[in-house]
Design a protein around this ligand. Structure first.
Ligand code: SAH
Ligand code: SF4
Length: 419
């Protein structure tokens, strides 16, 4: 989502006559678009600020911080980093050009945060995109779920959906430009809907009718996904066979503390249904280890879930306390070293599972959308299941080819293009 916001901001600046500089020394403006979902992401942004400060001292560079960290810390940022020229929350990005013009004319630092309403007009500005084959398409902003560890509802505000016609116009235009794949983005896509919160399947049907080669979406919440969506995934020819379904923990006690509103057995039923309906589909997840109150027994339930479900891959995060969240008031009682140890154990179990699951694809064919040639002369692409595939043979970039898989690695597959 942040990447899409960054693209969109850059597009706006380019359409208003700004140009990208080849390095910060030659720039008059630097915008750091931040993520605050974990401390680590925030820390990276703060380090970058320190680096840009030196350049500012040399060439007068104006430094602006946008995104979720702006809303998380507000005026404190101007106090802690007095050399910052502007701090704008995610909702303010729609007024970015006016804000930047003001910055340059007034020469005063500006703070504009806390207005987490409205929706960006993604169809305006020059439609700059980083990639040529896959395009991110934001379908909604904000979140109403208030998972107890998560800062998103506080920094991005209440959930609001973009008008369907706006989304469809954007995807039509992408198709005309030659894009082959769209990734529909939202914190909880299953509750998409303007007025009616059950609009996601309808949206998928309408996007499918446009005829763009591939449709992906992220993220689904286990409490909101249902059989109808799984059936739609199967029936709609352009929708990819990949489901990202964050589990977070295998312990019902921890899931309750996290305010996730499902228990492990609900999740297991969902996975069973998914695999019954889409047998060749892949499933990936997010896991948090070391959440407050996570005992060894609770952690073992997460390991049990990983072993039981056998995800194709999983992002495994160490719990990171976030300001304003409910869990920030819980005692962060799993020590740093223990979190680290649990993270490593879960990662190594998942690594083995990912590898074994990839091995099952050897001697099978996968439809791969070829993205670009790598340094070894292989085409790098992705299968419908979102597996990275390196394919040998001749083809064009941006086409879907059948690839016979002959080698498996933890995070990718290799094979030959078959005509
Ligand atoms: N809306 C999506 C994504 C939210 S952020 C969803 O509901 O899944 C992506 C992932 O970051 C989450 O799934 C969670 O696993 C992780 N995450 C969020 N807050 C976190 C925190 N405070 N500490 C560690 N991981 C966190
Ligand atoms: Fe955060 Fe939960 Fe909303 Fe995802 S669903 S953004 S984890 S509050």
């Amino acid at each position: 989502m942040n990447e899409r916001d960054s693209e969109w901001m850059l597009g706006h600046l380019l359409s208003c006559g700004w140009e990208t500089a080849d390095n910060p020394q030659n720039a008059s403006l630097a915008i750091i678009n931040t993520c605050s979902v974990r401390y680590h992401a925030e820390h990276k942004a703060f380090s970058l600020l320190g680096f840009l400060r030196k350049i500012k001292n040399e060439n007068g560079l104006k430094i602006v911080l946008t995104g979720c960290t702006a809303d998380a810390y507000k005026e404190k940022l101007l106090k802690d980093f007095p050399y910052l020229d502007g701090v704008f929350g995610p909702a303010e990005e729609k007024e970015l050009i006016e804000r930047i013009d003001e910055l340059f004319s007034s020469n005063k630092s500006m703070l504009s945060v806390g207005k987490q309403t409205g929706i960006k007009c993604f169809n305006s500005g020059s439609d700059y995109r980083k990639e040529k084959i896959t395009a991110f398409v934001s379908i909604m902003e904000g979140c109403d779920n208030f998972c107890s560890y998560c800062i998103v509802p506080y920094v991005r505000g209440r959930e609001r959906s973009r008008e369907t016609n706006d989304i469809l116009d954007e995807i039509h235009a992408l198709k005309e430009k030659g894009y082959k794949e769209v990734m529909l983005l939202g914190q909880n896509v299953n509750s998409y809907g303007v007025g009616n919160k059950n609009g996601f399947i309808k949206l998928l049907e309408e996007v499918n009718a446009i005829g763009i080669e591939r449709i992906r979406f992220m993220t689904s919440h286990p409490k909101d996904i249902n059989l109808d969506l799984l059936k739609a995934m199967k029936d709609l020819e352009h929708v990819c066979e990949h489901l990202h379904l964050p589990l977070q923990s295998g312990s019902d006690k921890i899931l309750r503390l996290m305010n996730r509103k499902y228990i492990l057995s609900d999740y297991l039923k969902l996975v069973n249904n998914y695999r019954k309906i889409i047998p060749s589909g892949s499933i990936t997840t997010d896991i948090i280890v070391g959440f407050p109150g996570e005992s060894t027994k609770d952690f073992k339930r997460t390991l049990f879930a990983l072993n039981q479900i056998k995800f194709d891959s999983a992002f495994i995060f160490k719990y990171s306390p976030r300001p304003n969240t409910a869990a920030n008031g819980f005692v962060d009682d799993v020590g740093r070293k223990e979190k680290e140890a649990r993270n490593l154990i879960a990662l190594s179990i998942q690594k083995e599972i990912s590898f074994r699951k990839k091995m099952k694809w050897i001697d099978k064919n996968l439809e791969v959308l070829l993205e670009r040639k790598d340094s070894e002369g292989f085409y790098k692409g992705r299968s419908s299941q979102n597996f990275t595939v390196h394919a040998k043979g001749s083809a064009l970039e941006g086409v879907v080819k059948n690839v016979r898989i002959n080698e498996a690695r933890i995070n990718s597959l290799r094979g030959e293009i078959i005509e």
